[in-house]
Design a protein around this ligand. Structure first.
Ligand SMILES: O=P(O)(O)OC[C@@H](O)[C@H]1O[C@@H](OP(=O)(O)O)[C@@H](O)[C@@H](O)[C@@H]1O
Ligand SMILES: [Mg+2]
Ligand SMILES: [Zn+2]
Length: 179
């Protein structure tokens, strides 16, 4: 049976984003309906993974322990709704570190797809920035833009061919669960 895998960007898709970075668990606040959407997808048989740039680590704004605490909180909230979160992969590097994992590079998408032994082709990756969409396009995955976070601004840019656009994660869950 083919695994139903969905990969999500974090900031601006699952939780509110900030130009000042999300630097603590207290600043990590789920967007309306996002926890419920992940739980519903999970309960409908989807594996929901996360691929997130976290240059705030390289910049010294917060540490790995704080980042892991945010992700523990995400897992706890989804579990309270009867769902679960799959693999969470993050890039802790800065823009000038030349790593292979920072979006728009597709390294994190490759890591997740390999972990679950799923093809990257047409695999939905949901993000709010152009870098997210370019990472998807780079490995022939399906770029999906949400209008939350930086998504409204991103929508005014030239998007990769075939980008799908949804209002928010709840709309994506409704689409995937009911179609
Ligand atoms: O959206 P994801 O990938 O989950 O995470 C984005 C964050 O790591 C931060 O990424 C930064 O970009 P730079 O890393 O400074 O270019 C800025 O856009 C921040 O506003 C944002 O909070
Ligand atoms: Mg984002
Ligand atoms: Zn990296």
């Amino acid at each position: 049976m083919l695994l139903k895998l969905l990969i999500l960007d974090r900031d601006g898709v699952i939780n509110y984003d900030s130009d000042a970075y999300i630097k603590s668990v207290e600043e990590w606040i789920p967007l309306p309906g996002s926890i419920e959407a992940i739980a519903q997808l999970s309960k409908a048989g989807w594996t929901v993974a996360v691929a997130t740039n976290q240059s705030g680590i390289a910049r010294g704004y917060y540490d790995i322990a704080t980042l892991e605490a945010m992700h523990a909180r995400l897992r706890e909230l989804v579990a309270e709704q009867g769902g679960e979160v799959g693999l969470i992969v993050y890039c802790p590097h800065g823009p000038d570190d030349g790593c292979d994992c920072r979006k728009p590079k597709p390294g994190m998408l490759k890591t997740i797809a390999t972990h679950y032994n799923v093809s990257l082709t047409n695999l939905w990756f949901v993000g709010d920035t152009l870098g997210d969409l370019e990472a998807a396009r780079a490995v022939d995955s399906q770029p999906v833009l949400v209008k939350t976070g930086k998504g409204e601004k991103t929508q005014s840019l030239t998007l990769p061919a075939g980008t799908l656009i949804f209002d928010d994660l709840a709309a994506i869950a409704a689409e995937l669960i009911h179609n």
